[in-house]
Design a protein around this ligand. Structure first.
Ligand SMILES: *[C@@H]1O[C@H](CO)[C@@H](O)[C@H](O)[C@H]1NC(C)=O
Ligand SMILES: *[C@@H]1O[C@H](CO)[C@@H](O)[C@H](O)[C@H]1NC(C)=O
Length: 148
């Protein structure tokens, strides 16, 4: 009986987590196929939204936090046959650098970030080394870490 109760409780727990899995204050977006060159300024416009959120504007590529909290933010890049840098920015602060070489290399940074309502994050091409990002291998995501 206790075991059944436990199983049932776990099941409910899973169900509850399932309903909260609808990208609440979280998003993922990627780029269209091929070489992207025209959608990288002033910041990268990841316009293929896989997991939408009201805070993420796919026209500008900027995520604006609507809920205070700690977020896991991830950027993955591939430049293709040229080397290149990107930067993740939080408001006026350069948060982290990414770099990939010219052999279809990929780079990822997964970082923790405290955001309050109105804080903005985005990704730019840096160092003017090259202005291309290759294909769907580029993603930008943020996930609000549940505080309870
Ligand atoms: C996204 O940003 C563009 C450019 O600033 C703006 O025109 C548009 O209304 C914004 N979209 C949303 C859903 O806020
Ligand atoms: C979010 O954080 C800001 C800055 O610390 C604070 O002024 C605001 O009251 C907070 N909002 C909520 C809903 O807790």
């Amino acid at each position: 009986m206790m075991t059944m109760m436990h199983v049932f409780t776990c099941f409910l727990f899973v169900l509850m987590f399932d309903t909260s899995e609808q990208c609440e204050a979280s998003f993922t977006a990627t780029l269209p196929g091929g070489y992207n060159t025209n959608n990288l300024k002033p910041c990268v416009q990841y316009n293929q939204v896989l997991c939408p959120d009201d805070g993420y504007n796919s026209t500008t590529g900027v995520f604006t936090a609507e809920i205070n909290g700690t977020y896991i933010v991830s950027v993955t890049m591939m430049t293709g046959l040229v080397a290149g840098h990107t930067n993740l920015w939080k408001n006026d602060e350069l948060y982290v650098w990414l770099y990939t070489g010219n052999q279809y290399d990929m780079a990822t940074q997964v970082v923790c970030m405290d955001l309050v309502e109105g804080d903005r994050i985005w990704v730019i091409m840096a160092n003017a080394a090259s202005y291309t990002l290759f294909d769907v291998y580029n993603t930008f995501s943020a996930v609000l870490v549940p505080s309870e």
